[in-house]
Design a protein around this ligand. Structure first.
Ligand code: ADP
Ligand code: MG
Length: 339
């Protein structure tokens, strides 16, 4: 008799969840990205006890079609890609079809949704060990997902969660980045009744930055803009006088997705040349637009690391763009140039 057997769906989902769902902020990330992918213009996140007790995300996006509900929580079910070609041309934030299955395997989930049509309102409860129950319900167009008791059935993971203050900071950090990526969407983050993030959603990036880093920083930012055949660079960088002790105030967005890339951060800093003191970092929000074929987001389940096929060209473009924007003539305050 052989000794190999297939793992149960629940167990394999829980294993997969280990890669995507690390903490309450990962639940926030996955649900908010789904809301953005669903075309929402308003996304509200409510946390109870920093999300350890509950994460609730309400969006006004497309909603789930009643026929999709049964399979939405299975692993590898997605509406976002279909073929191998699609995989290399991803336009959405999600595509792996893992988030909902992962979350439902390590928490208690309730979904309320409607596509806005007559009789499309549904309510569904999904827990690890019961078959999902779907009922008629009334809900405006969009979706409300409520995730209770994260890791209630995986105590080893529960143990690794940090204090509420730390967990909340992770969610707030994510929400701040998403505000910068999608200034056209109104986001709120509320924990135990306290509001931490509230963006206007009017499409004005500089206003979104002011909301995040304060008006005095936003005023000191220089717009940057450049492009070559493959890439478009847009955004804001701080004048050399405005610096921070950490590189946490540097955000790169590729086609709207916040990513971490050491080479890009280095190019930005090199663009400042000797204008930055050692150990000081600028504030920068840089949006890069390119053909999705030039960026592989399928490197890591959380998609934060990406592989760029023309990285040297891109880093060079970023460095030159920054250097030009900082050229002395551009640094003279408006008041003087107007004399
Ligand atoms: P992925 O985002 O990778 O496709 P998920 O497990 O996060 O996988 O979601 C599965 C599917 O459920 C999505 O492809 C989408 O069709 C649907 N979905 C998830 N969240 C929402 C939402 N907030 N509004 C509408 N549809 C959603
Ligand atoms: Mg998703």
């Amino acid at each position: 008799m052989g000794k190999i057997h297939q793992l149960s769906t629940l167990l394999s989902n829980q294993i997969a969840a280990g890669e995507v769902i690390e903490r309450p902020a990962s639940v926030v990330k996955e649900l908010v990205e789904n809301a953005v992918d669903a075309g929402a213009t308003k996304v509200q996140v409510f946390l109870t006890d920093a999300g350890l007790k509950q994460v609730q995300v309400i969006d006004n996006g497309s909603g789930f079609a009643p026929d999709d509900l049964e399979i939405a929580f299975l692993r590898h079910t997605t509406s976002k890609i279909n073929s191998r070609e699609d995989l290399f041309r991803v336009h959405s934030l999600g595509f792996r079809g893992e988030a909902l299955a992962s979350i439902a395997s390590v928490a208690k989930v309730q979904l309320k949704t409607s596509t806005g049509g007559v009789n499309t309102g549904r309510e569904m409860t999904i827990t690890a060990d019961e078959t999902p129950q779907i009922k008629l319900a009334s809900h405006p167009q969009g979706t409300t997902i409520t995730v209770d008791d994260l890791f209630y059935n995986t105590p080893a993971r529960l143990k690794y969660l940090k204090s509420q203050t730390t967990e909340l900071r992770h969610s707030a950090d994510f929400m701040n980045r998403v505000v910068l990526s999608y200034p056209q969407v109104a986001f709120t983050l509320i924990n135990n009744g306290h509001q931490l993030v509230n963006s206007a959603g009017n499409g004005n990036l500089q206003q979104a930055i002011a909301g995040m880093y304060g008006a005095s920083v936003a005023q000191e930012l220089l717009p940057i803009q450049n492009d070559d055949l493959d890439f478009k660079v847009n955004g804001f960088i701080s004048r050399p006088a405005v610096t921070r002790a950490s590189n946490n105030y540097i955000s790169f967005l590729i086609n709207g997705r916040y990513i971490k890339n050491y080479a890009l951060t280095k190019a930005l800093i090199q663009g400042y040349g000797t204008k930055l003191m050692v150990g000081r970092y600028p504030v920068a929000i840089i949006q890069l637009t390119m053909d999705p074929l030039l960026v592989d987001v399928n490197v890591h389940p959380t998609k934060k690391e990406v592989r760029l096929s023309k990285e040297p060209e891109l880093t060079e473009l970023v460095e030159t763009t920054v250097r030009q924007a900082l050229a002395t003539k551009n640094l003279i305050p408006d008041a003087l140039t107007n004399l």
